[in-house]
Design a protein around this ligand. Structure first.
Ligand SMILES: [Cu+2]
Length: 226
């Protein structure tokens, strides 16, 4: 029986990878999966975006199930938690996109050049091929501070993990939460990019060889700091 249990455990690890189902706002974190984060396709299995960086799925990888909308004050912590420790080497990044006036965030698809970057994990300076070298390595909770000048309103918040261990075939994990930003300011977030569109299929930031030396630079625009 012991052998059987070990085998099942290994199958679980190999196929499960991870997903990002828990919204984090301030000091609170969802305890139920996919409450404020849109459920991704194949939520219980290997759920990186199979079509790569130019696939329509690179935006939110959502399966159409409706999510609720959380709430966060500008200047407070916003993030998304993973289903288990992130065990591949590569950066975590966050983007946000504001729903157009009069559009219900729950129905909005986030299309167009509407996304600004709010966080980009600083890569390690050595041993890039080792998960534990990355700040995100084996961690579950990821967050950033919503700039105080972010205008109030309803936003999608998109987490992205670019797993680079298999050079040339990145495993990109994404999920989108829904959140109302309150107490905001008069900032103009940017630069704005579209998904798909922000990353080329062979973008150096997604096909980087972690084992070949050289310094890594994550793909996409600069972080908007408010
Ligand atoms: Cu993997």
């Amino acid at each position: 029986m012991r052998v059987v249990n070990v085998a099942l455990f290994l199958i679980g690890v190999a196929e499960a990878h991870y997903h990002f189902p828990y919204l984090i706002t301030g000091n609170s974190k969802d305890t139920v999966k996919w409450k404020h984060v849109r459920q991704v396709k194949n939520p219980d299995s290997n759920d990186f975006v199979s079509g790569g960086p130019t696939s329509p799925d690179i935006r939110c990888y959502q399966n159409g199930k409706k999510a609720e909308t959380g709430k966060v004050a500008a200047g407070d912590k916003l993030g998304i938690g993973a289903s288990q420790g992130v065990f591949h080497p590569g950066p975590i990044q966050f983007y946000m996109a504001k729903a157009p006036a009069g559009v219900n965030i729950a129905d909005w698809d986030g299309s167009g050049s509407v996304w600004f970057k709010t966080y980009s994990e600083k890569p390690p300076t050595s041993k890039l091929g080792e998960t534990q070298s990355w700040a995100s390595g084996n961690k579950q909770d990821f967050s950033f501070t919503v700039p105080k000048s972010t205008p109030s309103g309803d936003y999608l918040v998109r987490i992205e993990h670019i797993a680079l261990h298999n050079t040339g075939n990145p495993q990109i994990y994404v999920a989108c939460g829904q959140v109302t930003v309150t107490n905001g300011g008069n900032g103009t977030p940017g630069p704005l990019v579209a998904f798909p569109g922000a990353y080329a299929a062979r973008d150096p930031g997604v096909v980087f060889n972690l084992y070949g030396g050289g310094q890594y630079k994550a793909p996409g625009p600069a972080v908007w700091t408010g």
